[in-house]
Design a protein around this ligand. Sequence first.
Ligand code: CNA
Length: 241
Amino acid sequence: MNELAKLIKEADGKTVFFGGAGVSTESGIPDFRSADGIYSEKYGRLSPEVLVSRSYFEAEPEAFFDFYRKKLLYPDALPNDAHLSLAKLEEAGLLSCVVTQNIDGLHTAAGSKNVIELHGSSLRNHCVRCGKKYSVDAMLNSNGGPRGERGGIIRPDATLHEEALPEGAFESAVRAVAESRLLIVGGTSLAVYPAASLTRYAGGKIVLINLTPTGADKGADLAIHEKIGRVLSETVREIGI
Ligand code: CNA
């Protein structure tokens, strides 16, 4: 944490954080690939990859939303030490941007302003027929496939398997990462592309914070295998903000 604090100070505001589902596990939201993550569970004959795919959403909307509501929506989750520490770093002028693969909105809830949501958000939803926007309540207060006023199905503005990322999101993330002096990668298995390829664009040093080793550990300047909430909150304390 001493070393990380030093690197953040040296980067002089040009630090970017790139994270994934592991950032929100301490808020009670399971990730996909941990031993107790969503992918460790069995859902009949279908893999979770299929359950969150575009083709499954189109073919079996009722079953898709059943899984989505049970496993991917956590309306009562609150930001944890990791989210709050990143917001503090941004407020202190030490972090330029958060790039997240998460769809839970917790970075914004924690106070982060410059957030690139690479996979969209579960908090924003729209009718596929008329485009009308709906809050997450439309998802929570429905059974099966939620329907809008005009009968169209309402879906989250979240990227499903087989879908392209939101327009411009990846390009903005690449730019931010390339301009950074320090890239902190945290709580991600780096298994989902193209998001995982972001580390290749790093303009400066790379620090990895993940409970389990990742394929990018070897190329990193520092790899910390501990809970990210503790690592970031102690680092922020070390910096003195
Ligand atoms: P992943 O593949 O599940 O990897 C998560 C990683 O985080 C694992 O390697 C864990 O070891 C690690 N981890 C778990 N808890 C902690 C912790 N407390 N501290 C440090 N490391 C931890 O998830 P990725 O984000 O890499 O995969 C991308 C998918 C997951 C995206 O498409 C997301 O939309 C999707 N997802 C998002 C959420 C969310 O929004 N909170 C939840 C579940 C899945």
